[in-house]
Design a binder for this molecule. Structure first.
Ligand code: AMP
Length: 291
């Protein structure tokens, strides 16, 4: 596995690989790798000749009051984990090489950032799209894989690729969950033991809503109530949003349909948890790890 920090060197490596006829996939991450990230590597490993994993905690996507400074970082562990899953290239730029000058020109997500996390985190998806566009331009992959756990992010990135004619296939992978249903996240490291026991309430609520949906329920209010019940029972969980949205426009729907996205965010101590299901799919098919 080659490790590269310089964007020009990264592009030169990719171009040399491409010149030799090899295809390339990119898995963008902010590091602190867990099984959710590693399954993204597994998915693309099967499909291309060279897998590049980027690790970059992108300052542009953090609000001024958010956890940029506290975000967990452990490059030694990440290096071993990425290597263990067959990564060929690890791209680990610094903020200084990614943003040698202030990021004046950016990619804007438009109305897709008006709901869900976009409404709660002004500028977040502009930061995400801008860094993903930069990573695409540096690595020049044929394929890039993202997790459905960040459902709005996946929709916004797919739309960027369509609207801006980027020659890259986007793969979206199922959410990898802990044994009790909690969606894996680097930010779960912020949870105390007591909070960790509370956290699966989000997934339990989504499962309950999914059961109701499968039973024929299409009323958004009743589906929302099903998610809320286990969340409201935990005083430590502070609901931030809970919405059923259209999978293309991300605007709230009046009646739930198959493929509508039901998404939830809640604060729990120092952590902000997000999770979602695609109605009709639920969490049942999502891979789980642990005992
Ligand atoms: P992050 O490092 O949190 O920015 O995530 C990097 C990529 O991994 C994104 O495409 C995420 O959606 C994806 N990801 C994070 N957690 C999970 C998970 N539990 N299951 C599947 N993909 C995930």
């Amino acid at each position: 596995m080659i490790e590269i920090a310089d964007p020009d060197a990264m592009r030169a490596w990719s171009r040399a690989e491409r010149k030799s006829g090899r295809t390339i996939a990119l898995v963008p991450t902010m590091g602190s790798l867990h099984e959710g990230h590693l399954r993204l590597i597994d998915r693309v490993r099967e499909r291309v000749d060279r897998v590049v994993v980027s690790i970059f905690v992108n300052p542009l996507q953090f609000g001024s009051t958010e956890d940029l400074g506290a975000y967990p970082r452990d490059l030694d562990r990440d290096r071993a984990a990425a290597l263990g899953r067959g990564t060929d290239g690890l791209f680990v730029p610094t903020a200084e090489v990614m943003y040698p000058a202030p990021a004046v020109v950016r990619v804007v997500p438009g109305s897709l950032a008006d709901s869900l996390c976009g409404a709660q985190r002004p500028g977040h998806f502009e930061g995400v799209l801008t860094v993903v566009m930069k990573l695409f331009n540096i690595v020049e992959p044929d394929l890039a894989s993202f997790g459905r756990k960040d459902a709005q992010q996946a929709v916004v990135i797919r739309r960027m690729v369509t609207d801006l004619n980027l020659p890259i296939e986007i793969d979206v992978a199922p959410t990898v969950r802990e044994h009790d249903g909690l969606a894996m996240s680097s930010r779960n490291a912020y949870l105390s033991e007591a909070e960790r026991r509370v956290a699966p309430a989000l997934a339990r609520g989504l499962d309950a809503a999914h059961e109701a949906f499968l039973g024929g329920e299409r009323g958004v209010d009743r589906l929302v109530a099903a998610v809320r019940a286990p969340i409201d029972a935990e005083p430590a969980l502070e609901l931030e949003y809970l919405e059923v949205v259209d999978p293309v426009s991300l605007t709230p729907v009046e009646t739930a349909e198959a493929a509508s996205i039901m998404a939830v965010a809640a604060r729990l101590g120092a952590a902000r948890l997000i999770d979602n299901i695609i109605l009709g799919e639920g969490t049942g098919a999502d891979p789980r790890v642990g005992q």
